[in-house]
Design a protein around this ligand. Structure first.
Ligand code: IMP
Ligand code: MG
Length: 186
C-alpha cells in the first residue's frame, strides 16, 4: 500500500495518484450510528434483506450490520457496469440463485452513488422479483455526478465529484483496506 505501510498517514500515494485524508474512521462510525438508528426505526419489525454490492460496500456493510439490533438477513451481489460509448451503459447482475425476494423488504447497501447507473439498473432488476419494498443506503454520494436521478433513503456523506479511496473503495484495486477515506489531491 502506501509504499507506504503507514495506514494512518494524512497523505498517501497509490500508483500515480496522491490522496489526502478526507473523512476519518471515527466520523464514519458516527454516521453509521445515525443510519443504523433510522433503519431500526423503519425496519426493525420487517425482517429486512440487505443486499450488499460487492466489492466496495463490504466494509460499510460489516460495520452497519453489527449496529443493527433486530432480525435481518444479508446477501452479496456483484454488479458490473460497462460505460463504453453508450451514454446509458450496460450492467451485468450476479445474485445468489437461491434467495427469495418476493414480499421482502430489501435494503441495497452501496459504497458510493456516482453516476447512479449501477443502482438504477439494479433497482429495475429487483422490481421484477416483486419485493415488498426496495430501499437504498450508501455511505457516500456524489450528487454532482448523478446522471440518473437516485434517491438514497439512508444517506451517508454527500461529497464533491472527486475520486476517493479507502474504507472499502479502491483505486486500481488498491486502498480498500485503509480505515479512513482519502480524496484525490487537487
Ligand atoms: P455508478 O454506477 O456510476 O453510480 O458507480 C458506482 C460505482 O463506481 C461504485 O459502486 C464504485 O465501485 C465506483 N466508484 C464511483 N466513484 C468512485 C470513487 O470515487 N472511488 C472509488 N470507486 C468509485
Ligand atoms: Mg461499487
Amino acid at each position: 500500500m502506501n509504499e507506504h505501510g503507514n495506514m494512518n498517514a494524512t497523505e498517501i500515494q497509490i500508483d500515480d495518484l496522491q490522496f489526502v485524508r478526507y473523512i476519518t474512521a471515527e466520523n464514519i462510525d458516527r454516521k453509521i450510528n445515525e443510519i443504523a438508528r433510522k433503519l431500526r426505526d423503519d425496519l426493525s419489525d420487517k425482517y429486512p434483506m440487505f443486499l450488499v454490492v460487492m466489492n466496495g460496500a463490504f466494509i460499510f456493510a460489516a460495520d452497519l450490520m453489527r449496529k443493527l439490533d433486530f432480525p435481518c438477513e444479508l446477501n452479496f451481489v456483484r454488479i458490473k457496469s460497462y460505460q463504453g460509448t453508450q451514454s446509458t451503459g450496460n450492467v451485468d447482475i450476479f445474485m445468489p440463485p437461491d434467495i427469495q425476494l418476493r414480499d421482502r423488504y430489501i435494503v441495497i447497501v452501496e459504497d458510493i452513488i456516482d453516476t447512479g447507473l449501477t443502482i438504477t439498473s439494479f433497482r429495475k432488476y429487483l422490481q421484477n422479483l416483486h419485493p415488498a419494498d426496495i430501499r437504498l443506503t450508501s455511505i457516500l454520494i456524489k450528487p454532482e455526478a448523478h446522471l440518473h436521478p437516485v434517491h438514497t433513503d439512508y444517506p451517508g456523506f454527500s461529497i464533491p465529484d472527486l475520486f476517493v479511496v479507502g474504507y472499502g473503495l479502491d483505486y486500481n484495486g488498491k486502498g480498500r483496506n485503509l480505515p479512513d477515506l482519502y480524496q484525490l489531491k487537487a
